[in-house]
Write a protein that binds this ligand. Structure first.
Ligand SMILES: Cc1cc2nc3c(=O)[nH]c(=O)nc-3n(C[C@H](O)[C@H](O)[C@H](O)COP(=O)(O)OP(=O)(O)OC[C@H]3O[C@@H](n4cnc5c(N)ncnc54)[C@H](O)[C@@H]3O)c2cc1C
Ligand code: FES
Ligand code: FES
Length: 1353
């Protein structure tokens, strides 16, 4: 192909949803997501993280290969793919496959109807991942769903309903009908065949079998999937091959993009631009550009160069072009494994297994092997295996041609640096076949098993002398142990010539420790764990090879025992099984009446098609500006100066706003008036807003914000942890709570034990980051604010203060929020106010959507807590006294921490009586972002502490913890810690039922048996009951409001005070209205929440929104019905429309407000112990079983059974969805989610790459949820109970099951009894709590003798 300019195209041509796009003004910096959302206004594809970690931006890309005539469909992350690289391709977005107007695609319909969409922000991405799978295989297997969904996160649902929706497409995934098939199945009706609970004399109330349902949806309602109806690939792209055969050159203001067609042209370009980046997947470079703000002026895309995309098989092995994507690599490896003798492909099997744990499907579809190698990341997953396999690289340059070099430790010369010269490119990688005496395996340990980067990984190979077990060569390559992948060279050399036996293992382990030393302050932290992992991997490899050698019947080689076999077993998840059991509506309930039925979330279909609008989807307003924040970068410092001069010079920047623009008291905000809109003098944490730049667009604003120079003068000390605060006595306040006489009760107790436990923080990780659009109105200072807020009145109040205008001129509105979990109550206000200042000043609309890292850095999360406790108890486990101190890490402002601490204290008792308690809560002031409300508000920390006390007592007494639990369990009539008398207390019913359904006793025996025969794999089982005080503790918040309009066509518009954050609130409100008005739900509509319709609202939080607003909606509807009664009486056979029309004609108002205040609640006086802080209680219980790998710290939740008393459910689908979603969030909280800060107070876990929320495979493999039958609640709408928060507490069962498993490992190591386990039980904590021959070799550094790399929060 000639290199002449005339063949070069400068116009991008591609197809989106079948429509041809031709664009001559492509900026190479634009991602596909930006182009779809901002240029084409296809807002169905969402931005959740911008770093390939959440899957919200998933789209399908289709490519027709001119060479093979084949069509390929693959999912990609539009947030990383460059639009420039879409030339000649077809992109399909969620809008392209179906809509509520034109007809839904089966995937969209099924995820919605199976209740797999709550806030809906993840849903388009889920849909597109599944859609891509179906385009490749119309009847997939469940394993393919597992594979395709690994790159998609959901924070709301707990994944179960999504799996249920998608399994309906599979050949092997359809669930068997629930229960065992017997009519009297105890799973379904809660009783054994003889009507008693197993092992007890307690007779359960008998239920009619027909009262119970286990079907939240009916697959028979799904319309059949017809692959022949799929949209066709644009024929033009097949016919017209020129687009694939065109060289491209796009120029933007800062970056040039080339797509050469030949190798020589590529080398020529690289010679001309040695600094150029070679872009294939852009999965490394895209992240660097977005989060490290790197600018690469020249990008070269080599996707059309056959030498780089080909896979060649030769006698010596496999040669892979550098641009071969990881998915293509998987295919090539599978083909080889199928077609070659086993011994030749051992290296391919090892690579394939490694690829299973490499990122998500979308990343693997885009990313290439060359990018992985050339990036030189010390935690690359492929490099250790390639290094140990003897792979070679071919590098090429224009000047010097090709050269081959081994991929060994000499290739990497420093962190992300290698020996390739600037004008060289990587042409290919050659991987040699293995032979009969050669074994190779890869290992990877990450925080989360799926889609996570490694903490440590390894590639280990051994070659034996012909037919023997004498080591001829050993290769040990490790990632995560140095700034580059390294080889343990001394160990490798020293073991040559040794026999493969236990002495080799011992010598090798000791040498490895020396080879792979790590300084205690090494970047990445977890030093002892990382060192232990290297030995664990070596041990596993040793066993695996011993097993293989023993198969060859070599003399003296012991075959692996069953236990050893388990140690080396590869992890394969079981298929998810689940059951959801609830009571059907009573016989005779009108078909029209939706209360109690599993009604689909009213927005679910729109969420599944991308039609649902979130704040950033609102179309541009005329003259709109974009804002970018300048956040503080120091944790504690005086601001010396703020210089915006370089920023405002940038073309397109309109202005910079800071404290100077908000005079005096107007700048003071925060729920305790201890924060500022813009920091004026002193920063007290990283992430405080110092200013904002407003500019013509996002890119300009963000670029300019980076140019604002802030000079600081550091102030000491920087207080990061609760322990620091305790030491420095840095407190906002101290709050005591007392009951009985704990001191004297302790003195007279049979036993006293004491302990300490730390429970970490948690990031909300709502999929939609904080977003706001402020639109000033022309007249009288009116302002309209669209905010992803859970608390519109709170926002409105502060806008009024900051802008000094009356509340009546401010309208705060929101249609829906993409997840809140408490994080968008107060912290959203701090994001919105700076925009209000700018918009009001500029008299132009201003918008912002925080980047994920900004959101995580600035908004705070769940409060970490430290607890010191002393418990007195009798010989038979009766709790007599508790003395407790809890320390909350509040952050740099008070926000809600005092209330969170109070809730923790008032709920500390959980399900247990204790007559004598003293709890002192300390609210610590630290230099962290202000921690805030988070689902269940202090209660999760409290339950973890209380259950720790219970399990420690059990451990001390050497009894089953359930014995201690039952011994102390509350019953109806007991008084709780906050002096409330428990009414209709069903703890014991939930408890008994869950033990029965979860077959606790039988499984205990099984777990103990398993543990007796396994040393390095352990199982654990735990049951936990919960009691949760429902409602706002501040009684003045216990109110709801509604406004109902009935129009003359009979349609109804409801407004109420709650915000739809995914919890199905609007659906339930429509159900309530439908019952009262006796009309179908379809006639009722909720448009949005706005303070102009229902004023003076409370935050949508504390699981109260249904209780409070539901009653208000009922009230308003009843008023309207009362006005219609006379017309109904006059015309009893008339229709709703007739009555409405007549009433209107008779000048009767068909609009009514509704209001509700919860009766008999009053704030609790902690000193006088007076008041009723909670409206009622929610009860429940769960049993969880886990398995841990003591060598790596990995865990799997094998089964969880949950029984919840939620009164009479308004909507079992939504309620069970809340239970499962909250449980999954709690599971993440107690196992995976760990916040890390540098000692300087800088958050290190700022996105999905470093902060791990649960993914598809983290939820229990068996998950059974039952709603307790026959329960009632006179204190909420239609006898229901609020459900959003309490089930999160049930995840404590997983934590204590893990602790149970660890205790077995410790017993095997001779360590019986009590031990400390802080939460979360991460892989690191689990592994390091299981002492063995490996951990004994690793010396812990003296505390205080080094500066830790990170502090765990
Ligand atoms: C969400 C997410 C998850 C990830 N998970 C993992 C994981 O589990 N394990 C893991 O190892 N990595 C992981 N990564 C890192 C990344 O995906 C891989 O390193 C990937 O293989 C990079 O390929 P790419 O084509 O996208 O590289 P690009 O970003 O396109 O390029 C990366 C670098 O390689 C250079 N380069 C590319 N090709 C050549 C060539 N032919 N010659 C010279 N230089 C070249 C480029 O100049 C650039 O500097 C993850 C990344 C993300 C975003
Ligand atoms: S937005 Fe693209 S993966 Fe999260
Ligand atoms: S429904 Fe999945 S993130 Fe909200």
């Amino acid at each position: 192909m000639p290199d002449g300019q005339e063949t070069i195209s400068k116009t991008l041509v591609f197809f989106v949803n079948g429509k041809k796009i031709e664009d001559e003004r492509i900026d190479p910096e634009w991602t596909l997501l930006f182009y779809l959302r901002k240029k084409l206004r296809l807002c169905g594809t969402k931005l959740g993280c911008g770093e390939g970690g959440c899957g919200a931006c998933t789209v399908m890309v289709s490519r027709y290969s001119v060479r093979t005539g084949k069509l390929f469909h693959y999912s990609v992350n539009a947030c990383l793919a460059l639009v420039a690289s879409m030339h000649g391709l077809a992109v399909t977005t969620v809008e392209g496959i179906g809509s509520t107007r034109t007809g839904l695609h089966a995937v969209q319909e099924r995820i919605a109807r199976a209740h797999g969409s709550q806030c809906g922000f993840c849903t388009p991405g889920m849909v597109m991942s599944m859609y891509t799978l179906l385009r490749n295989d119309p009847v997939p297997a469940m394993t393919q769903i597992d594979e395709y969904m690994t790159g998609n996160l959901c924070r709301c649902t707990g994944y179960r309903p999504i799996v249920d929706a998608f399994r309906s497409f599979t050949s092997d995934g359809r669930q068997a009908p629930p229960g065992c098939g017997r009519k009297d199945c105890c799973q379904l009706n809660g009783k054994t065949a003889n009507g008693t609970l197993n092992g007890t004399d307690e007779v359960l109330p008998l239920y009619e079998e027909s009262d119970i349902s286990a079907a939240l949806h009916d697959e028979a309602d799904f319309k059949p999937y017809d692959p022949s109806q799929e949209i066709i690939f644009p024929p033009e792209l097949k016919v017209c091959k020129e687009w694939q055969l065109q060289e491209l050159e796009f120029s933007g203001p800062r970056v040039k993009f080339y797509r050469p067609l030949t190798l020589s042209r590529l080398l020529q370009l690289k010679s001309l631009h040695p600094e150029a980046k070679i872009i294939v997947g852009n999965t490394e470079v895209g992240v660097e550009v977005r989060f490290k703000h790197k600018l690469y002026p020249v990008l070269i895309n080599p996707s059309q160069i056959s030498q780089l995309t080909s896979v060649t098989i030769s006698d010596s092995g496999l040669t892979l072009g550098a641009s071969v994507t990881l998915s293509s690599l998987e295919d090539a490896l599978k083909n080889q494994i199928k077609s070659q003798p086993e011994h030749r492909t051992r290296v391919f099997s090892a690579l394939l297994e490694m690829l299973r744990w490499f990122a998500g499907k979308q990343i693997r579809n885009a990313a290439a092997i060359g990018g992985n190698i050339m990036t030189g990341s010390p935690i690359s997953d492929l490099v250790p295996l390639l290094m140990s396999s003897g792979a070679t690289l071919t590098l090429a340059s224009l000047e010097r041609g090709e050269r081959q070099i081994p991929l060994d430790q000499n290739f990497f010369v420093g962190y992300r640096r290698n020996t390739a010269l600037p004008d060289e490119i990587l042409l290919n990688v050659h991987i040699p076949y293995t032979h009969k005496d050669e074994y190779i395996l890869g290992y990877k340990q990450a925080r989360r098993r799926d889609d996570d980067i490694a903490i440590v990984n390894a590639g280990i190979r051994v070659i034996f002398e012909n037919g023997s077990n004498t080591v001829q060569r050993l290769d040990l390559a490790f990632g995560g142990m140095a700034p580059t992948t390294i080889m343990a060279t001394t160990t490798m050399k020293s073991l040559v010539g040794m026999k493969w036996d236990d002495s080799l293992l011992e010598t090798g382990s000791n040498l490895l420790l020396k080879d792979l030393d790590l300084h205690p302050s090494a970047p990445g932290g977890m030093v002892e764990y990382r060192r232990a992992l290297t030995l664990s991997f070596f041990f596993k490899f040793y066993l695996s090879v011993r097993g293989r050698l023993s198969e060859k019947l070599l003399n003296g080689i012991q075959p692996l025992t069953e236990e050893e076999q388990r140690i080396i077993e590869l992890h394969h998840d079981e298929m998810l099984e689940s059951m959801q059991i609830f009571q059907k509506v009573p016989h005779g309930q009108s078909q029209l009446d939706p209360i109690g039925r599993p009604i689909v979330h009213v927005s679910a279909l729109k969420q599944a098609t991308g039609e649902a609008i979130y704040v950033d989807d609102i179309p541009y307003c005329e003259s709109e500006l974009y804002a970018a924040f300048v956040f503080s970068e120091r944790a504690h410092a005086k601001i010396i100066s703020v210089d915006e001069s370089e920023a405002v010079k940038i073309d397109g920047v309109e202005r910079f706003f800071c404290a100077r623009d908000v005079p005096g008291d107007r700048n003071v905000i925060g729920s305790c008036l201890d924060e500022e809109v813009f920091v004026s003098e002193k920063v007290t944490c990283v992430g405080q807003p110092i200013g904002i730049v407003v500019a013509k667009d996002q890119a300009t604003a963000q670029m300019a914000a980076k140019r604002v120079r802030v000079l600081y003068e550091d102030i000491k000390p920087i207080i990061v942890t609760t322990q620091d605060a305790k030491r420095e006595k840095s407190f906002y306040g101290k709050y005591p709570l007392r009951q009985g006489e704990p001191e004297s009760a302790l003195r007279t107790s049979d036993h006293i034990i004491e302990g300490e436990m730390h429970v970490g923080g948690q990031e909300h990780f709502y999929l939609e980051t904080n977003t706001c659009l402020v639109v000033p109105k022309v007249e009288d200072g009116e302002i309209e604010v669209f905010a992803s807020s859970q608390y519109l009145t709170g926002l409105q109040t502060f806008i009024a203060k900051v802008l000094d205008i009356p509340l009546s001129r401010i309208n705060c509105r929101v249609k829906r929020v993409g997840g809140g979990f408490g994080g968008k109550i107060t912290r959203n206000i701090n994001v919105a106010l700076p925009l209000c200042v700018a918009a009001s000043h500029m008299q132009r609309p201003v918008r912002v959507m925080l980047n994920r890292d900004e959101d995580m850095t600035t908004t705070g999360g769940r409060n970490p807590f430290l607890c010191n406790w002393k418990a007195g108890f009798s010989k038979d486990g009766l709790l007599s006294a508790l003395e407790v101190e809890v320390y909350a890490n509040g952050g740099h402002s008070r926000d809600y921490t005092r209330h969170v601490t109070r809730r923790l204290m008032l709920n500390f008792d959980n399900a247990y009586r204790c007559a004598n308690i003293s709890i002192t809560g300390f609210v610590c002031k630290t230099n962290l972002p202000s921690n805030t409300a988070f689902r269940a508000f202090g209660a999760p920390q409290g339950i973890l502490f209380m259950e720790n006390i219970i399990s420690t007592i059990a451990s001390f007494l050497k009894v089953d913890p359930n014995f201690v639990r039952e011994r102390n369990m509350y019953a109806t009539g007991d008084k709780t810690l906050c002096s409330m008398t428990l009414e209709l207390c069903t703890i014991r019913q939930c408890w008994n039922e869950v033990l029965e359904k979860g077959r606790y006793q039988a499984r205990r025996i099984h777990v103990d048996k398993f543990n007796r025969t396994n040393r390095h794999k352990k199982r654990g089982l735990s049951a936990v009951p919960i009691k949760y005080g429902q409602g706002y503790e501040a009684h003045f918040h216990m109110k709801g409001g509604a406004l109902v309009h009935v129009y003359t066509d009979g349609s109804v518009l409801i407004s109420h005070g709650g915000v739809e954050i995914g919890q199905g609130l609007h659906t339930k409100m429509i159900q309530v209205a439908s019952r009262v008005l006796r009309i179908p739900m379809e006639k009722i509509y909720i448009a949005e929440t706005g303070v102009d319709k229902v004023p003076n609202t409370v935050a949508t939080a504390a699981s109260t929104a249904t209780d409070l607003n539901g009653m208000a909606v009922k009230d308003a509807c009843e008023k309207i019905m009362a006005r219609l009664e006379p017309f109904m009486a006059l015309n009893p056979k008339g229709s709703w429309e007739d009555w409405v029309k007549t009433a209107d004609h008779e000048r009767v108002s068909l609009s009514a407000t509704g209001f509700y205040k919860a009766p008999d609640v009053s704030s609790f006086d902690i000193v006088k112990k007076e008041g009723r802080p909670y409206n009622y209680h929610v009860f429940g219980a769960a049993v969880s079983e886990v398995e841990i790998d003591c060598l790596t710290g990995n865990h799997s939740v094998l089964q969880t059974d949950i029984v919840m008393d939620i009164g009479e459910t308004l909507n079992p689908a939504i309620d069970i969805g809340q239970i499962e979603g909250a449980f999954a969030q709690g599971l993440g909280y107690v196992t995976l989610e760990e916040l890390c800060y540098s000692p300087e107070g800088v958050m290190l876990t700022r996105g999905p790459s470093t902060y791990k929320i649960p993914s598809f495979h983290d939820i229990p493999r068996k998950l059974n949820v039952s709603l307790l039958r026959g329960s009632a609640n006179p204190r909420a709408v239609y006898s229901s109970k609020g459900i959003g928060e309490p089930p999160l507490l049930l995840a404590a069962s997983v934590f204590y099951a893990i602790k149970d498993a660890i205790s077995s490992a410790r017993a095997d190591a001779g360590l019986d009894g009590v031990f400390r386990l802080d939460s979360p039980a991460t892989a690191e904590r689990i592994r390091m709590a299981c002492p063995d021959f490996i951990t004994r070799k690793i010396k812990s550094p003296e505390p205080g003798s080094f500066k830790p790399w990170c502090l765990k929060m």
